[in-house]
Design a protein around this ligand. Sequence first.
Ligand SMILES: Cc1cc2nc3c(=O)[nH]c(=O)nc-3n(C[C@H](O)[C@H](O)[C@H](O)COP(=O)(O)O)c2cc1C
Length: 381
Amino acid sequence: MTDSRREFLKWLAASPLLVSSASLARPEYAQPANIKQALNIAHLQQLAEAKLDLDDYHFIVGGSDDMATTAENISALKRVKIRPRRLVDVSQIDTSVVLFGKRYASPIILAPVGNQLRVNSGGELATARAAVDKQHLMISSMMSNYSIGEIAEQGAPGWFQLYPSPNREFMAYLMASAELAGCDTVVLTVDGPTRGNHEAERWFRQNRDRSLPVARTRLGNFEAYSGRAGIGDPSMTWDDLSWLRGNTSMNLVLKGIVTAEDARLCRKAGVDGVIVSNHGGRQEGNGRGTMDVLPEVADVLSGKMPVLMDGGIRRGADVFKALAAGADAVCVGRPYLFGLAAGGQDGVELSLNILQTEFERTQIYAGIPESQGISVESIWR
Ligand SMILES: Cc1cc2nc3c(=O)[nH]c(=O)nc-3n(C[C@H](O)[C@H](O)[C@H](O)COP(=O)(O)O)c2cc1C
């Protein structure tokens, strides 16, 4: 064989054109053809990318500016290592956690994500059914295509996520709808005083084929409101929280806390819980990874109120690391969206199954029979 032919065959073997047939024998090239072949969240991401139009795929994976915050969420988790303990009886393990007096089978919660009909025709209803079947708490977004009432009908109301609005009456209306649907907790997202710079989304919008109609999707929570809705209020401050408190009996959780200073203000304002989050890197584009942020927030708030964390969780071991660094539970966004895109309700269930199984495996290796017993001793930075 000539050198150039050898080079050509080497190039061909590495080419994505051959990957699907080669992948059967070569797991390092694995490209699952359907969710039955998916072994991990990365496989679900591959399936989502293959299935979705590019603009819808970028709706999921996109972040702000150069996506540095999005990437940092993942690398901050990868930098942390596990310190396993040996010869502990881990033949039975318990992964349940208690939040606001309710016990949940798993510490893995579905983060609020709007507009899920872009990802799959089942939208938030498919996600909600998967959450109920797999016994995970789901936080519904104010920006969901289906209303909180329709989502709650799938079997569990979960928690409701709210954005600030300049129209306080609209916020009160949304909280009343959530309470009516059975939600006991409202999650106010406080990391978006302006819109994140999502260049991929802007690119697709700017360069779309203008001869095609723009697909219209519903915003279920807005439909029955007759006033002016309005999303985002850069004038909102800590002082406004007492208004919120006075207008709902739900627990109040702030999503987007990333400093000890703000954690202290949460205590002062009497909020009931926080989610350490940078919106998966979709707001400011030069943030720290949430795993790096978590200890300073947990130092102020652990034991006083539930501290949740999200951002960059792609393996069950990441869940374990977050719990060890002081989180009471974690939320995941993109992992279940990849599942939803790849296979609707079944895909979401698979994504939750994968993360839960990996988490349990890590907990067993670490020698911790109960999730409640996971502590900072189990990790190394
Ligand atoms: C496509 C998409 C839409 C989102 N929509 C919302 C939303 O409506 N409200 C909200 O508070 N957070 C929203 N988020 C942020 C998630 O709740 C969560 O903070 C983030 O996805 C966690 O990072 P991860 O995707 O790496 O798990 C969205 C995230 C994505 C990827």
